[in-house]
Design a protein around this ligand. Sequence first.
Ligand SMILES: Nc1ncnc2c1ncn2[C@@H]1O[C@H](COP(=O)(O)OP(=O)(O)OP(=O)(O)O)[C@@H](O)[C@H]1O
Ligand SMILES: [Mg+2]
Length: 481
Amino acid sequence: MSSPELCITIQCQNGKVLSQNLINFGEYTIGTSADNSIPIESEHVSRHHAKLSVTEDSLVFEDLGSSNGSIINGTSVKCPTIIDTNQTVQMGDLFLTVQTYSQNASTPRLHFSNDMVGSGRYTLKQEVGRGGGGVIWLSHDQHLNQSVALKLLPPDLENDPVALNDLVGEVQKARLLSHPNIIRIHDYIRVPDETPFVSMEFVDGSDLGTLRNQQPNGLFSWERLEGLVNQMCSALEYAHGEQIIHRDLKPANMMITREGNLKLADFGIAASTSEKSPQANMEGDASGTIVYMSPQQMRGTMPAPSDDIYSLGATLYDLLSTHPPFFKGDIHQQVQQEPATSLSTRLKELGITNNIPAHVESAVMKCLEKNPADRPETIKELSDLLHPGAHPPPPPIPPPEHIPEMESVLAEPIETTQKFLEKNIPPTVKSWWQTQTPKNKDIILVGVITGILFLAEIIFSKLQGDNLFDSFSNPRLFLPW
Ligand SMILES: Nc1ncnc2c1ncn2[C@@H]1O[C@H](COP(=O)(O)OP(=O)(O)OP(=O)(O)O)[C@@H](O)[C@H]1O
Ligand SMILES: [Mg+2]
């Protein structure tokens, strides 16, 4: 296979590009010392700050014990971490982005608080996360006077009409979904000379990937997950019923509100906005994050509910054991051919304990079967396997983990928008006739007709030189000539 053409861009906070380097497979060290493969200058970056390993399957970023650390998706990097192309990593005060290289590739565009986008309708307030598919900003919508989340799309996408078209189709479908455990997609907005973006419901909370990193062993107990999994299943059952497949289920796309409820992010849209890895890019239409991706989705076959069932299984496997089923080496080959190691064996291999009930382990492993026919057929079936018996699963608990305060207001329910509209939109203009009741309209019509007849009689009797109402006693044709 030919090596990928990738470009590492290092930028300051104000967007100024400090360096751009073309890279292939191999290991690249980054830091202020001249002996690094990518030397950079900054007081806040260490001499040997980080290492980037580019293999056939993945891009892995590792912080080499730097003093100011590195941050991915708002979380400090503790161990080698798989990153996506277009995903930005903060190193000290600088930002590193790896993009697929093309002659006319644009530099990653950075935005800042109080920037206005969408022809001035939205004000960016605070960056809340970055992923392969863009940068998420808590923003203020001036028209609706409401907080929203904006997903500013990666610069590469602007030059890719096929991907943009795919995204528009996905947004059209996702906008129709209305479920308490699914983040509402509002719109796709593209105006000249601006980064296109998707506006959606803002969730005041955190995602399951970030919350998991706060756990003592980096994993969740089944008791903590059970209520959330029930909400995941409810959202997916509804969406599959509407013929919509998520295509990118993973911990980062599962948001948890401050109250502890789960909301699935990026329905349908994540897979069309991200080039998840050099490999995914090369294989054309395979999209979605590869370590959670079903063998069928990886091969680019028609999306099916069984893809989401596999990804949900891989996500639960990861959350319960610290790693997805396949995470090192040739992931493509393993996802296609190697049976997944059972959860209990994996925990033993990693020397970790987690009390996972046997029925949960067997349900998760069933989702990871290579053949879709061997997986639970529907989300309902999976849900029954995870929660057997007559007792309903417990409701989720408010997150005991730390969720950072957002600078601005919190998610507003749809009723707030309705009240705002009721107060601010002027009443529809109606004519006097439209305001009358049907009975009044009848009376008015009879009155008007009688009046016209009376007037006609006055004119007629004048023309004939008769007395008023003579025409009643002496009927004749009205012939003024
Ligand atoms: N609607 C939202 N409200 C609040 N925070 C959000 C919202 N959507 C995403 N986030 C946060 O932003 C982070 C980055 O999201 P983003 O979708 O860009 O990346 P990702 O989920 O890691 O990857 P992908 O692009 O594959 O979905 C998420 O991990 C989550 O913490
Ligand atoms: Mg996402």
